[in-house]
Design a protein around this ligand. Structure first.
Ligand code: NDP
Ligand code: GDR
Length: 363
């Protein structure tokens, strides 16, 4: 019996990795995207999924409650993976209401649609370590108290408790993953790891750029998205709906991640100065490669995240396989390749025209 899955947010980072995994497992997959004047499926293309016969793309906005009902009636999924959200913590301070509507209320529309259309559908909610915020214990596991420090974190916490509420009130299989930061070559460029690897790749290939960062001391538990989607899938295959932390159980600072990327590119850094005047100098040339820009410092910060994923390991048999060092190398290599391709495109602009026509004709 072929299973059908619906993934919201197929144009984001995790959606394509999850779609690839599900297709490999034999699923029929529906993925949702929202209409935009510059629609792009580059991530699906990157994983070779854009023309896959078992992947179907549908237009849906998470804040459209009627749309959620129609979507379920049309796809008749066995499993819904709710990945769509306004996910950038920095923007959530600028757009708190929109973040609450999409990231907080959006999942509630889907839960209501499941309750109405078919309560047997299994639902995955993408909860976040950002909900731990000002951490109340270290490491953080499924029993740690929440203290969100951003409109994004507060919105995720609403959706988190709504999912538990629908589990307990209506018997809906609401599986929850509290995922710690996970990255990949498909990560959006505004997130700090990708911003670092993209800028380091450009500098390594001769660009006169400087990497401008905010809080260098923030610490995160960084894993690899391709590892984490295995955890997401396992959460919906469990005997009972439950909540699981997915993490590597290692933490590193933004400064350490940046140092690692520059080391891998053969441009080792020396850190000088302090506070807003701190700089990363290239040990070989003395050139300033990293500086602080206060524009990237948030009104409230999550200082340190470190997850304990032992429950996922014990119950689901899930474990991460990729260290932060390996992850950084994978991301840097992908950005080096892109940087080389961009240089080729500058020399041969005809290539760019052909690829954008392909996306337009698809949409
Ligand atoms: P991305 O930001 O890469 O992708 C988010 C997706 O949501 C995009 O496809 C985006 O579409 C879509 N989206 C945004 N707003 C709407 C809307 N109103 N209606 C429909 N779709 C919308 O996130 P990730 O793939 O990294 O993360 C997946 C999920 O996991 C998210 O819910 C995130 O909050 C959560 N999470 C992620 C972690 C991480 O480290 N990556 C850690 C913990 C949780 P568009 O392309 O049009 O913007
Ligand atoms: P985060 O990821 O906020 O943890 O949310 P992000 O990469 O944006 O920030 C991580 C840490 O780095 C610090 N930082 C900077 N961040 C950005 N983006 N740009 C900078 O220049 C910069 N300089 C320092 C930040 O202050 C922060 O402390 C991610 C998202 O994927 C969420 O959707 C997800 O829920 C959480 O991870 C877990």
């Amino acid at each position: 019996m072929v299973k059908t899955a619906l993934i919201t947010g197929i144009t984001g980072q995790d959606g394509p990795y999850l779609a690839k995994l599900l297709i490999e497992k034999g699923y029929r997959v529906y993925g949702t995207y929202r209409r935009s004047s510059i629609l792009s499926f580059w991530r699906l293309e990157y994983l070779g999924l854009l023309d896959h016969e078992r992947l179907h793309l549908l237009n849906h906005d998470l804040i459209d409650s009627g749309g959620a009902m129609r979507l379920l009636a049309r796809c008749e999924p066995d499993e819904v993976y709710n990945l769509a959200a306004q996910t950038f913590v920095g923007s959530s301070f600028d757009q708190p209401t929109q973040t609450a509507e999409i990231t907080g209320i959006g999942p509630l529309h889907m839960l209501e649609a499941i309750r109405t259309i078919n309560p047997k559908i299994r639902f995955y909610q993408a909860s976040s370590a950002e909900m731990f915020g000002k951490v109340q214990a270290t490491p953080q596991d499924e029993t740690t108290s929440f203290y969100p420090r951003s409109p994004y974190g507060v919105s995720k916490l609403f959706a988190h408790w709504m999912t538990i509420n629908y589990r307990e009130s209506y018997g809906i299989f609401g599986g929850i993953g509290i995922l710690f930061n996970h990255e990949s070559p498909l990560r959006g460029e505004e997130f700090v790891t990708r911003k670092i690897t993209k800028t380091v790749a450009a500098i390594a290939q001769g660009a006169p750029a400087t990497l401008a960062l905010g809080n260098l001391d923030a610490r995160r538990d960084w894993g690899y998205a391709a590892d984490y989607v295995r955890g997401i899938w396992s959460i919906l295959q469990a005997d009972e709906p439950d909540t699981f932390v997915i993490a590597t159980s290692k933490t590193a600072s933004v400064r350490e991640f940046a140092s690692l990327a520059f080391d891998l590119a053969g441009l080792p850094l020396e850190w000088v100065g302090s506070g807003l005047d701190e700089r990363g100098l290239c040990r070989k040339t003395g050139r300033v490669l990293v500086r602080i820009d206060p524009a990237f410092i948030r009104p409230a910060e999550v200082d340190m995240l470190l997850g304990d994923a032992s429950k996922a390991e014990r119950v689901l048999g899930w474990r991460h396989t990729t260290s932060m060092q390996e992850l950084c190398a994978i991301m840097l290599e992908a950005d080096m390749q892109r940087e080389r391709r961009t240089s080729r495109l500058r020399a041969e602009p005809e290539l760019e025209r052909v690829s954008s026509e392909r996306v337009r004709s698809f949409a």
